[in-house]
Design a binder for this molecule. Structure first.
Ligand SMILES: C[S@@+](CC[C@H](N)C(=O)[O-])C[C@H]1O[C@@H](n2cnc3c(N)ncnc32)[C@H](O)[C@@H]1O
Length: 277
């Protein structure tokens, strides 16, 4: 990631596809967090890189107030819409800024969350800032889909989504090197967040795996939405060829499943919990 520079197009146009396309976090995630976090209904949650409020909204009932921060206007609009639909608009606040712009006068928090977002940030700087924003006894959670499990598709009712063919199609349109915003990410995003968080003085981590694995039925539209929800195949990257790409993508999916249904197992969710010193 050394030469790559963040820009505001990173997830441009993805928000509308996000909720439909992305796989859900494990259903046991919220109960686990209710148990392990300092979350008694009185505190404040800061969700950094909140996207469309994926975890902000379902965690809102555990806090007095929740604040979601994200630089993408589409994500913030989608998060607002979801909070209203869930009846928690009065206790949620959405701020369109980068994590690097924190603390931005947002005050102090009991819990800070990074759900599949920390790798996009200037992590050392953000970790230091967020540490300063946490109250005594506060906690930071870093969570993502569990990457180390095999999610077998054998014996499931519908075919597996042809993810390798989708990747090849994306490369045919966008070139062989992974795209991210206006730049290229040949080596992907960094993964050594434990060293970064420990270096910023956080204590831990406590690791939790919330199991999932239930069989999901996904439609062609879900897989198209999944593709456009990703930074490396976000709609803006295709420019005037966006429609042509979608036609080719749907053709490929129709070949894999003429009925338009795919089966896949839900990923487990991995949570690292760090305590504020
Ligand atoms: C993969 S999505 C995760 C969204 C949500 N947290 C979830 O778990 O579904 C990554 C999010 O991080 C946001 N993001 C990227 N760079 C960021 C930055 N520098 N500061 C704050 N958020 C950022 C993106 O706009 C996007 O919404």
């Amino acid at each position: 990631m050394t030469d790559w520079e963040w820009d505001e197009t990173l997830f441009a146009g993805s928000a509308a596809y996000y909720a439909q396309g992305r796989l859900p976090y494990a259903s046991g995630l919220v109960p686990l967090l209710a148990e392990v976090l300092p979350a008694d209904g009185h505190g404040r949650l800061l969700d950094v890189g909140c996207g469309p409020g994926t975890i902000t909204v379902p965690l809102a009932h555990l806090f007095h107030e929740v604040v979601g921060v994200d630089p993408d206007p589409g994500m913030i609009a989608e998060a607002e819409r979801r909070a209203t639909a869930a009846g928690v608009a009065d206790k949620t606040h959405w701020v369109r800024i980068r994590a690097e712009d924190l603390p931005a006068g947002l005050g102090t928090f009991t819990v800070a969350a990074f759900a599949q977002s920390f790798h996009w940030m200037d992590r050392h700087r953000v970790a230091q800032t967020v540490r300063g924003m946490l109250r005594t006894g506060g906690a930071l959670i870093h969570l993502s889909d569990l990457k180390t499990e095999t999610r077998t598709t054998e014996g499931l009712p519908y075919p597996a989504a042809p993810y390798e063919d989708i990747a090849a199609l994306v490369k045919r349109y966008l070139g062989p090197v992974r795209r991210a915003g206006r730049g290229l990410l040949p080596h992907g995003t960094p993964g050594d967040e434990a060293a970064v968080l420990a270096g910023a003085g956080f204590l831990g981590p406590e690791r939790h795996v919330v199991p999932a694995g239930q069989v999901l039925r996904r439609t062609t539209d879900d897989i198209v939405a999944w593709t456009f929800s990703l930074s490396y195949s976000a709609p803006h990257l295709f420019g005037p060829r966006r429609e042509a790409f979608e036609i080719d993508l749907r053709r490929l999916l129709a070949l894999a499943s003429p009925m338009g249904h795919f089966s896949e197992r839900a990923p487990s969710t991995e949570v690292f919990l760090w305590r504020s010193p």
